[in-house]
Design a protein around this ligand. Structure first.
Ligand code: HDD
Length: 661
């Protein structure tokens, strides 16, 4: 150990004192240095997306995009580009819980040989507002209310819903926000979207409009709201732990990159404005072309140095990728550098290791807080003769970035195009595309959120607003929150659906699903072994959960080591349970814990396997046999049936609340 000046430290337990019971002396430079550094350890958290977690990886191109873009990292199939990806919630502060109802940030930094390219997206393809000038208003409305700083990391409060009802461009995004997309099961199981329309430009100067999509190889999966709320208490780090542990185990995280492309000549072919960030390009109309895969395969070494100090910016582009006139995107191009200046303490944040491009970079920018580069020489201006006019600019052929020469004309006005004024058609398209289960979840989410609103007037405004989307939805919410049923409404007449918007037909795999084996003494060893082996062979993770740590013995002397106890985990932290049961020192407590696990798992529509010794516990619970409950099968078929039930994920046709099936 040394001081920051390199002096070897001899004592780090006791400060320098005048006598062993005397006062501490100012002279103790090691104490002062250590304490001063500690006092300055914190930096301002991100104003939004404060709570996040990241990992390193690589992006591999499947198919050359050279017909569309000259971006070097999109030319050669098989080319691998290092990436750093940070996932986040939006509203909560840096220490807030992770399974709250919120949008998730999905920001990817590609370290390309032409400089860093940042794709700073979300897990929802649209946004709340159409013009960046409204972003501070949106964020003020959703953040904890200023007079009492409540609620943390939640949109279920008056100011947010007041904003929604009085800024009706939010309608489509609110449908996503009330859907299961806002409570992902895992960062590994959500889609990502660049949201805006960007431009691809090829070597011939031909441009296409482009939207970016990330598709998770494990499919798109969500929690249920009751579960999400409980996890916030049981494990506020649920999402980062899931990401961290998957990578540590070698279950690397894969997302395919897709693009939707529209020829510049087709800009006005659609019944929505392609510059409007509250609109999707329905995948059935503009197919998503899969062009490559991102694999996250390395955890960070230090969360502060990497995850906290990484600085993303939608304006970090490379030749071949350009902007559109989406007014939300245009405003973002200002905000991101500006926020890093305060958050990272000055203009040199690009020199932090996580932000440095992998290619060389040089210009005439100098000095400022925390400058690390030692620029040599006399010259720091362009043009010059003293340094032979270096650093010199590059022509387009040499890789210099040349802005796309879009023709623009118009009067300077503060207004929005009429083509941005339809707020309800795509909100209705989203609603139409949901399954019965998803619709029920949306009604419940509205009922919860609006139910938390104290102002009756705002509740009514929300009901009236969403009657423009669907009167049935608005009426159900009105009933739940005690508002008047909507009257005199102009419900959207859209009847189309976009099947890609529903999560019901997503990829379903057993891989990395977590199973809790609930076990006590005296279980049937062969039976348990065969089921556990089937789970492990299918790629699941199995935790043995009992009343206390140590080893539990089965009837035929099979010994299993306990991974967790009823005290350290909860049903909501697992995707499925295998109820083995058995004996415990305190049978009453053991039974209560077993039954709570079973009831919660059942209520959340998750699979339950019941071993022969588990039957009494299952019978003592409120669960009933039916979909996703595997019991009374002989050992040869039990393992497969249980794996199939876990692979199906949730069993929505289980009649728990009466509305299903
Ligand atoms: Fe933003 C952070 C995504 C609109 C201003 N934004 C931030 C992050 C993500 C997004 C993922 C966190 C990046 C990280 O992990 O460090 N933001 C979006 C998306 C938007 C969007 C997908 C709409 C399509 N954002 C948006 C607007 C503005 C901002 C309209 C302002 C005009 N966003 C910021 C910011 C943040 C930020 C204040 C906070 C921390 C940071 O930038 O680095 O500049």
């Amino acid at each position: 150990m040394t001081t920051n000046q390199g002096l070897k430290v001899a004592e780090d337990e006791h400060s320098l004192k005048a006598g062993s019971r005397g006062p501490t002396l100012m002279e103790d430079f090691h104490f002062r240095e250590k304490m001063t550094h500690f006092d300055h350890e914190r930096i301002p958290e991100r104003v939004v997306h404060a709570r996040g977690f990241a990992a390193h990886g690589e992006f591999e191109l499947y198919e050359s995009m050279k017909d569309y873009t000259k971006a070097a990292f999109l030319q050669q199939p098989g080319l691998k580009t290092p990436v750093f990806t940070r996932f986040s919630t939006v509203a909560g502060s840096r220490g807030s819980a992770e399974t709250v109802r919120d949008v998730r940030g999905f920001a990817v930094k590609f370290y390309t040989e032409e400089g860093n390219y940042d794709l700073v997206g979300n897990n929802m393809p649209v946004f709340f507002i159409q013009d960046a000038i409204k972003f501070p208003d949106l964020v003020h409305a959703v953040k904890p209310e200023p007079h009492n700083e409540m609620p943390q990391a939640a949109s279920a409060h008056d100011t947010f819903w007041d904003f929604v009802a009085n800024n009706q461009e939010s309608a489509h995004m609110i449908m996503w926000h009330m859907s299961d997309r806002a409570i992902p099961r895992s960062f590994r199981m959500m889609e990502g979207f660049g949201v805006h329309t960007f431009r691809f430009v090829n070597a011939e100067g031909k441009a296409h409009f482009v939207k970016f999509h990330w598709k998770p190889k494990l499919g798109v999966h969500s929690l249920v709201w009751d579960e999400a709320q409980k996890i916030s208490g049981k494990d506020p780090d649920f999402h980062r732990r899931d990401l961290w542990e998957s990578i540590e185990k070698g279950d690397f995280v894969e997302f395919e990159l897709g693009v939707q492309l529209i020829d510049e000549n087709d800009e006005f072919m659609f019944d929505f404005d392609i510059l409007d960030p509250t609109k999707i390009w329905p995948e059935e109309q503009v197919p998503v072309k899969i062009i490559g895969k991102m694999t996250l395969n390395r955890n960070v070494d230090n969360v502060f140095a990497e995850t906290e100090q990484v600085a993303f910016h939608p304006g970090h582009v490379v030749p071949g990728i350009d902007f559109s006139n989406d007014p939300l995107l245009q405003g973002r191009l200002f905000s991101y550098t500006d926020t890093q200046l305060i958050r990272l303490g000055g203009p040199n944040f690009h020199e932090l290791p996580i932000n440095r491009p992998v290619c060389p970079f040089h210009n005439n920018q100098r000095d400022g807080y925390g400058r690390q580069t030692i620029n040599v020489g006399q010259v720091s201006y362009h043009k010059n003769s003293l340094a032979d006019n270096t650093p010199s600019t590059s022509s387009e052929e040499e890789g210099g970035y040349v802005h796309y020469e879009e023709k623009v004309e118009g009067r300077k006005i503060q207004a929005r195009s009429d083509s941005f004024k339809d707020h309800f058609s795509q909100a209705k398209l989203f609603w139409n595309s949901m399954s019965k289960t998803e619709k029920k979840h949306i009604v419940d989410a509205f009922s919860f959120e609006v139910g938390k609103v104290k102002s009756k007037n705002i509740r009514q405004q929300v009901v009236d607003m969403f009657a423009n989307v669907d009167v049935g939805l608005a009426t159900a919410v009105a009933e739940a929150v005690g508002a008047e049923f909507p009257t005199d409404v102009e419900e959207s007449q859209v009847t189309e659906t976009s099947p890609a918007l529903s999560q019901m037909e997503t990829v379903k795999l057993p891989d990395t699903r977590k199973v809790a084996v609930l076990i006590g003494k005296g279980f049937d060893g062969d039976e348990v072994e065969s089921v556990v082996n089937a789970c492990v062979a299918a790629g699941m993770t199995v935790d043995v959960v009992s009343d206390k740590f140590g080893v539990v013995y089965g009837e035929n002397d099979l010994a299993v080591e306990v991974d967790e106890t009823f005290l350290t985990v909860h049903s909501t932290l697992y995707d499925a349970i295998y109820v083995v049961g058995g004996e415990a020192d305190n049978m009453k407590k053991f039974t209560m814990d077993m039954v709570e696990f079973i009831n919660e798992t059942y209520k959340h529509y998750k699979p339950i396997g019941v071993a022969s010794t588990g039957k009494t516990f299952f019978d003592a619970s409120a669960a009933a046999e039916g979909p996703g409950v595997i019991a009374d099968l002989d050992p040869s078929s039990f393992g497969k049936a249980f794996v199939d039930a876990v692979t199906a994920h949730r069993h929505w046709d289980r009649k728990v609340f009466g509305w299903e099936g």
